[in-house]
Design a protein around this ligand. Sequence first.
Ligand SMILES: O=c1[nH]c(=O)n([C@H]2C[C@H](O)[C@@H](COP(=O)(O)O)O2)cc1CO
Ligand SMILES: [Zn+2]
Length: 183
Amino acid sequence: MDTDSNRKRQRYLTWDQYFMAVALVSAERSKDPVTQVGACIVNADNRIVGACIVNADNRIVGIGYNGMPNGCSDDDMPWGKNSKDILNTKKLYVCHAEMNAIVNKICADIRGCKMYVTLYPCNNCAKIIIQSGIKHVVYFDDKNRHKDEAKASQYMFDKAGITIRKYNSTSTQLNIGTLKSRL
Ligand SMILES: O=c1[nH]c(=O)n([C@H]2C[C@H](O)[C@@H](COP(=O)(O)O)O2)cc1CO
Ligand SMILES: [Zn+2]
């Protein structure tokens, strides 16, 4: 087989695959025992805002995953969700991936950008996405799509003119397990 081909490599990742892979890998940093979510923001030139630039605090800027607020040790905070005492669940404390990606962004103006996120955004994330100027959202998993929070998200996205679509995963499934085994 002619390995010295002059033609460019054919089976490279599409932009969608590349950015959703970054969001999926980011989710692997989450300590949530039930749901790990990752998000990354890309600009109109298909550039990740802050592509894996790691600053002194080990924060990959422009990318985020769901986790407890800075300073609130993952070992001290509750990660459960079923306690009758909501103060003893993660619900009131965990920072959602979308919020972290926006807070971590490295450029002031992300108007017109696109967010890749591994889970359909809740209503609170929809608000911060809209307010940040992001115009497009691509999500991977819609297990929570039936919830009122997600219905409220869709209503606000429609009103605000934000496009949202499900990642077209008919192409080769990204197997995070395989990726992790190679790291
Ligand atoms: O928009 C979102 N962004 C986000 O980061 N999350 C995170 C918060 C929690 O850590 C986790 C949801 O946990 P659970 O599936 O156990 O309800 O996903 C959840 C949503 C949607 O609810
Ligand atoms: Zn959310």
